[in-house]
Design a binder for this molecule. Structure first.
Ligand SMILES: Cc1cc2nc3c(=O)[nH]c(=O)nc-3n(C[C@H](O)[C@H](O)[C@H](O)COP(=O)(O)O)c2cc1C
Length: 331
């Protein structure tokens, strides 16, 4: 049965942001182990995706099928309406539940092909892409954008209206322009102009780092929900605690160190089974660094795990670091 995003956002208005190189299958599954938050996949280039799906490449199938815990929105990027819509319909055949279109990515390699946030400069092409992706599937299609290309062209409200008129079911706005990249601070107030221009749910994104900033963001943006990215680095539990705070007013603490140790180890296990031992070990390192950054001796620890050590050695170093931190805390 098709997901109703109006209902979903009322039940749990806190979503995981798509982040290339971060929100892969193991990370999304870590987040969904703690709660039923909607999670977004990292951006997938539509042309590459069409090739992978048509040739049935195993890695890509795993990305889609191993979703045991809750809904996943699959994000696609590109500039060609035909390829984008082909990607969407192949994803539907493979069991994806929500398609998200990327019109916010500021990366040079993306905008030079007229994809990502470059589409905010060409609303006619943006409309064509939306129209063909929406028509290609029966799935809810959502759209993620920025405020606009630059300070003088903040056209998110206009693009949002075009999106709504052409069948988009939910809009996420990162409160920065393309030119800002990640500089400055997200303008949550401006997101309220998008909210005023459409009836579909609007999700506010950018710089939400704690319970209080989430509440302020919801108030200033008047959005229906929030999406959080970087504040989940090394904290896959954060979204579920944020949902409980917004829905019930409870301010739950982070898990204790013993629990955190098992969370890190379970994340590495997932990375190894998803990517294989060598690549899994390599890709795990940045996550381990995030999980452990505030522990005593974390600098020396990072040097060790970034050196070429085996999975066994890495696990022992993690055990040692957490056990030492627990002892220090108890002393
Ligand atoms: C490492 C990284 C990768 C990202 N990749 C994507 C992506 O694939 N698709 C997308 O729409 N946004 C991407 N973003 C933007 C985030 O989804 C989000 O809009 C941005 O980080 C602001 O939210 P935050 O302050 O909660 O992190 C990425 C951001 C980061 C930091």
């Amino acid at each position: 049965m098709s997901i109703n995003l109006n209902e979903l956002i009322k039940i749990n208005p806190v979503f995981l942001a798509p982040m290339s190189g971060v929100t892969d299958l193991p990370f999304r599954s870590q987040v969904q182990n703690f709660g039923d938050n909607l999670v977004f996949s990292e951006m997938n280039a539509s042309s590459e995706m069409v090739y992978l799906l048509k040739t049935n490449k195993q890695v890509f199938q795993n990305e889609i099928f191993n979703r045991k815990n809750g809904p996943v929105a699959f994000q696609i990027a590109g500039w060609d309406p035909y390829i984008m819509s082909t990607a969407a319909s192949l994803l539907e055949e493979r069991g994806v539940q929500i398609i998200d279109i990327n019109m916010g990515c500021p990366a040079k390699k993306v905008v030079k092909r007229y994809a990502g946030s470059a589409l905010m400069k060409d609303l006619s092409l943006a409309r064509d892409i939306i129209e063909s992706v929406v028509k290609a599937t029966s799935l809810p299609t959502t759209l993620k954008m920025r405020l606009g290309w630059d300070e003088d062209t903040k056209n998110a409200p206009e693009l949002a209206k075009i999106a709504e008129d052409n069948g988009i079911k939910m809009i996420t706005v990162h409160g920065r322009t393309k030119q800002q990249l990640y500089r400055g601070i997200a303008d949550w107030n401006f997101i309220s102009k998008v909210k005023q221009n459409v009836k579909i749910p609007v999700v506010a994104n950018g710089d939400i780092t704690c319970f209080d900033s989430a509440k302020t963001c919801l108030r200033e943006s008047t959005a229906d929900g929030i999406m959080v990215g970087r504040a989940c680095y090394g904290r896959p539990w954060f979204l579920s605690k944020l949902s409980k705070f917004l829905l019930k007013g409870t301010r739950e603490k982070d898990p204790d160190l013993l629990e955190q140790k098992y969370i890190v180890i379970s994340h590495i296990d997932k990375m190894l089974s998803h990517y294989g031992i060598e690549l899994g070990c390599r890709l795990s390192r940045k996550h381990i660094a995030w999980y452990t950054k505030s522990l005593p001796n974390s600098c020396q620890f990072r040097e060790k795990i970034f050196a070429k050590i085996s999975f066994g050695e890495m696990s022992s170093e993690i055990e040692r670091l957490f056990d030492h931190a627990t002892e220090k805390l108890a002393a």
